[in-house]
Design a protein around this ligand. Structure first.
Ligand SMILES: [Zn+2]
Length: 299
């Protein structure tokens, strides 16, 4: 709990000294919000203009090489304080929040996003942050800094899918299109995670990491990991003009919270549109079955 307390103190200091962050967090409390219940699942949409840069981020290698990485310390504002964990991860408040507590946990070194070699660290950090869910957005799965290894964290209570998932009695839920791992032992949770990763690689056979979002949290007795394999970075309706939608789904959208940066999009969205975008950017039922089969044969 010490880290959670340190984070609360960090928030107090940042709200005093960092105007941009303070204003963006204050804006959250009177943000326009729509709540839907769609097929028994809760979906929350918020009109959140401070998320524009994230939704519109250009992540091709040329654009990335031209910009200053906002997770590297030398490019961060002087007001942005850090809690350093094991000299490896910088825990900081996210100045462009979706939630009233929204953390960025970035590696001290500039290196690409990759979950498989770093699941251990994600779990260790999750254990230190009771009440938070850590989430990882793969390089082509919503991360606006795919070139800098990082996780984010949000309060567990804010993510509808996580709240719903925890009431499930099964070890492995088949929430389409997620794989949900619950284990008492960290070593088992990790083992299952790696078997799923192998299964995903098996059906993909592409270079590099299988595109995915991963969420991880720790309750009193259990580890929880949700893997969301992706088929696509952004939906076909994605675009900058007003004919299109500036919606670039990542972990939080696919677990039920949609921060929407433009008012024209916020006014037009419907739960069925958000659901169809979720289905478009995640894997098919057939691929899910193949991965599950691999898992059952190899776990
Ligand atoms: Zn960087």
């Amino acid at each position: 709990m010490k880290l959670v307390k340190d984070i609360e103190n960090l928030y107090s200091r940042e709200f005093k000294q960092w105007e941009l962050a303070r204003e963006n967090y204050v804006a959250l409390s009177h943000m326009n919000v729509k709540k839907f219940n769609y097929n028994g699942r809760e979906i929350v949409a918020q009109f959140n203009p401070c998320r524009y840069n994230s939704a519109a981020a250009k992540i091709d290698s040329e654009s990335l090489s031209k910009r200053e990485c906002f997770l590297c310390s030398e490019h961060q504002p002087i007001e942005q304080e850090t809690i350093l964990w094991q000299d490896t991860y910088k825990i900081q408040i996210n100045p462009y929040p979706i939630f009233n507590r929204h953390l960025t946990l970035s590696h001290v070194e500039h290196q690409p996003q990759a979950i498989v070699p770093h699941i251990d660290q994600m779990m260790q950090l999750a254990a230190l942050l009771p009440g938070y869910v850590l989430f990882y957005n793969g390089p082509t799965c919503g991360a606006s800094a795919p070139d800098h290894l990082h996780f984010q964290a949000a309060p567990f209570s804010e993510l509808p899918l996580c709240r719903e998932a925890i009431h499930d009695d099964c070890d492995l839920s088949v929430y389409f299109p997620f794989f949900y791992i619950i284990r008492k032992k960290a070593s088992e949770a990790k083992h299952w995670f790696h078997v799923f990763e192998q299964g995903m690689q098996e059906i993909n056979q592409k270079e590099g990491e299988y595109p995915q979002n991963v969420l991880c949290w720790r309750t009193k007795n259990e580890w929880h990991i949700i893997i969301i394999p992706r088929s696509k970075h952004r939906p076909d309706c994605y675009g900058y003009d007003e004919e299109h939608f500036l919606l670039s789904p990542a972990s939080v959208e696919l677990t039920g919270v949609w921060p929407i940066a433009r008012e024209c999009d916020f006014n037009r969205i419907t739960p069925s549109l958000l659901q169809s975008i979720s289905e478009e950017v995640t894997i098919s039922e057939d691929e899910k079955e193949q991965i599950l089969e691999y898992f059952i044969n190899n776990a």
